[in-house]
Write a protein that binds this ligand. Structure first.
Ligand code: URA
Length: 446
């Protein structure tokens, strides 16, 4: 039979009209994204059609596996490894720097962590953008070097590349600027294409829910949590998803270099924000048990506390940074290396009361507007800008009290951001019911 000519628009049309796509149609779309025969506008239209019409579980698995197979799948020489190959990923939020802590912590517990991460997406920060604030750090390296670092140091955080899940590289960039992020099948395929391409044995997924998450409702978060676990299982990877709160930023800061500083302080033990620490321990302990490194949850928590206390986690972090081209004394002298914004402006409360809600998405957009995120795909970002000293839900404020500090390029940027920060804080008269930080754990069918 003669080869039929492929028209992406016909497949986009079928999805737009609510039809389910065959495996071969999905395969054709992913190949065309990868070989660039589909243009960005067609990718955006396809993403929007999926966002509105969804995908059934078979389509979602087929799409995720085709995206994984758009590049190579890493093969690990088990004889060179001393532990399982595992990973953690977040669906994205504000002030979420957990990956940067957990990768070295898991490595210090005896695992190998080949973490393929993404840039910022929409209002949410990206691990790669945070790492780009470290001078010399190179997240775009050859596969052989990536594997060698993961074997020897225990962890490496890099970006997807021409050889690893390249289809996601294009989709991710187009989704970022076309309002097509908030879709369970698109997020599942995006995340799992990268994770499965890394040849992992086990994965813990942090599905964020709340106003600063892509899954704004608990229902969507639970769908995403289950979708990730079930597609991973089709691919032979054990996975567990935790649904966690994103109704306020996770760390008390947001911004690229500012979050690297938070990570350094956390690993060194200078300062550990309790919310951040609770999420790190919850995700890390699930993964240590799932991958068989320790038998039970309490052993896992003890182990994570121990590698923080004895300095082995921070040592792994430092080795990873140096192996990927960064300075070998970042931990000792972060201020020497991380860019500092020229303007620092405290935001002062204009009323009195208790912080009853925070619009975390708005705070994420404040960071983007300050220059810490992108408006179009090729925008350069300013890694120095962002927010620190953020108040928490339940904190008391009085007029004139600092509720955040803005780090900006100019005074006028800072003043504009200050108004937005104040608008994002809801001040009430009573202490709000505290939202559960860990909302649920999803392990799939047993
Ligand atoms: N992280 C990803 O890698 N992809 C998404 O779509 C969302 C979060």
């Amino acid at each position: 039979m003669a080869n039929e000519r492929f028209f992406p628009q016909e497949i986009i049309r079928r999805k737009r009209d609510g039809k389910s796509l065959t495996d071969s149609e999905i395969g054709a779309i992913v190949s065309a994204i990868t070989d660039e025969s589909m243009v960005d506008s067609q990718i955006a239209a396809f993403a929007m059609a999926v966002l509105f019409q969804g995908m059934n579980p078979r389509e979602c698995s087929s799409f995720s596996l085709a995206m994984r197979d758009s590049g190579n799948v890493l093969n690990w020489n088990r004889a060179h490894l001393h532990g399982p190959v595992i990973d953690k990923h977040s669906s994205g939020g504000v002030g979420d720097c957990v990956s940067l802590m957990l990768a070295p912590m898991l490595a210090a517990c005896g695992a190998h962590v080949p973490m393929i991460s993404g840039r910022g997406l929409g209002h949410s920060g990206g691990t790669l953008d945070k790492l780009s604030s470290i001078p010399g750090y190179c997240s775009g390296i050859e596969t052989e070097r990536f594997q060698a670092i993961v074997e020897n140091v225990g962890c490496a955080i890099v970006g997807q590349s021409k050889s690893l899940a390249p289809a996601d590289g294009r989709m991710y960039a187009v989704r970022d600027i076309s309002a097509t992020v908030e879709s369970v099948p698109l997020i599942t395929a995006s995340i799992l294409s990268k994770k499965l391409a890394a040849g992992i044995d086990a994965l813990v997924m942090d599905v964020k829910t709340g106003n600063g998450a892509f899954a704004a409702t608990n229902e969507m978060a639970v769908d995403l949590a289950n979708s990730i676990v079930s597609v991973a299982s089709v691919a032979g990877v054990s996975a567990v998803s935790l649904v966690t709160d994103m109704d306020e930023p996770l760390a008390p800061c947001a911004g690229n270099a500012l979050e690297i500083l938070e990570v350094v302080d956390y690993l060194v033990g200078e300062r550990r924000d309790p919310r951040l620490h609770a999420v790190v321990l919850a995700l890390g302990s699930e993964l240590l048990v799932l991958s068989g490194i320790v038998p039970g949850k309490q052993d896992a928590i003890n182990k994570l506390e121990q590698i923080l206390a004895d300095g082995s986690a921070v040592e792994r972090f430092s080795e990873m940074i140096a192996s990927l081209g960064g300075p070998n004394d970042l931990i000792e002298r972060p201020a020497r290396y991380l860019d500092k914004a020229p303007v620092m402006l405290p935001v002062l409360a204009k009323e009195e009361g208790i912080v009853s809600a925070i619009d975390a998405r708005e705070l994420g957009m404040v960071v983007v507007a300050l220059g810490g995120g992108r408006v179009v795909t090729n925008d350069d970002i300013d890694t120095s800008v962002g927010l620190t000293n953020l108040v928490r839900i339940g904190d008391e404020v009085v007029s004139g009290k600092e509720v955040a500090v803005i780090h900006a390029r100019t005074k006028s940027d800072a003043e504009a951001a200050s108004d937005k920060v104040l608008e994002s804080l809801m001040i009430g008269s009573k202490i709000p019911e505290s939202a559960k930080l860990i909302r649920g754990i999803y392990r799939g069918a047993t």
